[in-house]
Design a protein around this ligand. Structure first.
Ligand code: SF4
Ligand code: SF4
Ligand code: SF4
Length: 231
């Protein structure tokens, strides 16, 4: 049977996310035919079963905005890969020295411009998450479908949201998944509950996507009917 076609396209991030996908290529090529600039086989006139976009969109760059809309048109399923594409991440909130700059709104999650079917946060995400999502798409079921379909609708995820929604509201069970998942060590335990070192948080949202309590809320609040592969 013909494998689904998957295009990887970087719209404006660092090399971390494309590299993370490259690391997953041995597993990915078992389940999909991969097209990417690294493989030198991109054809933007084709329709793809899945397009994976990395990086955030510069909303002041009309060429990039049009390109992103074209990618949406060419994709049966559009996946935002990495925190920049999923929630804006470091490019939305930080400039130079990783200082928080909430007024800096030039770079946005791609869902600010187009409809996104699934988003996988992480800076960069663990490569096996994309493989797991594609396997769930092929089977038409699985936990990843609901979780990653809810994230584009949540729009923002960060250590600040984790503290507000889970820790300060008393829902935290002290499992430590958030602390272990944070790429910048912005979370640490104080009296058995996570606390945030605010200046270290790059708003990647990884902790929220790993927290068993937060993911329950995300799915309950935002999960749409998951869009599946048509074959
Ligand atoms: S999410 Fe992190 S690794 Fe991926 S493009 Fe953005 S800054 Fe780079
Ligand atoms: S606390 Fe860590 S994992 Fe959570 S958003 Fe901030 S940097 Fe990312
Ligand atoms: S992952 Fe969620 S439940 Fe677990 S310690 Fe962190 S905030 Fe608490």
């Amino acid at each position: 049977m013909e494998k689904p076609k998957l295009l990887v396209y970087d719209i404006g991030g660092c090399e971390g996310c494309p590299l993370s996908i490259t690391r997953a290529l041995p597993q990915l090529t078992n389940v999909v035919d991969v097209y990417s600039s690294h493989l030198g086989n991109i054809d933007l006139d084709k329709i793809y079963d899945i397009i994976v976009v990395t990086g955030s969109i510069c909303i002041n760059d009309p060429v990039k905005v049009e390109l992103l809309k074209k990618l949406r048109d060419k994709a049966c399923i559009l996946i935002a890969y990495g925190s920049c594409a999923s929630v804006g991440g470091i490019t939305l909130f930080c400039r130079g020295g990783q200082e928080p700059k909430p007024e800096h709104r030039t770079f946005q999650a791609i869902s600010a411009v187009v409809d996104v079917d699934y988003a996988i946060p992480g800076c960069p995400p663990a490569p096996n998450l994309l493989v797991s999502l594609i396997n769930s798409l092929k089977m038409g079921r699985g936990y990843f479908l609901q979780l990653f379909a809810s994230i584009p609708r949540a729009r923002k995820l960060s250590g600040f949201d984790l503290m507000d929604e889970i820790v300060l509201s008393g829902l935290c069970i002290g499992c430590g998944a958030c602390v272990l998942s944070c790429p910048t060590h912005a979370l640490h335990f104080v009296d058995g509950k996570p606390d945030l070192i605010v200046e270290k948080c790059i708003r990647c949202g990884t902790c929220c996507a790993r927290c068993p309590r937060f993911t329950q809320i995300l799915v309950r609040k935002y999960a749409p009917k998951p869009k599946l592969l048509s074959r």
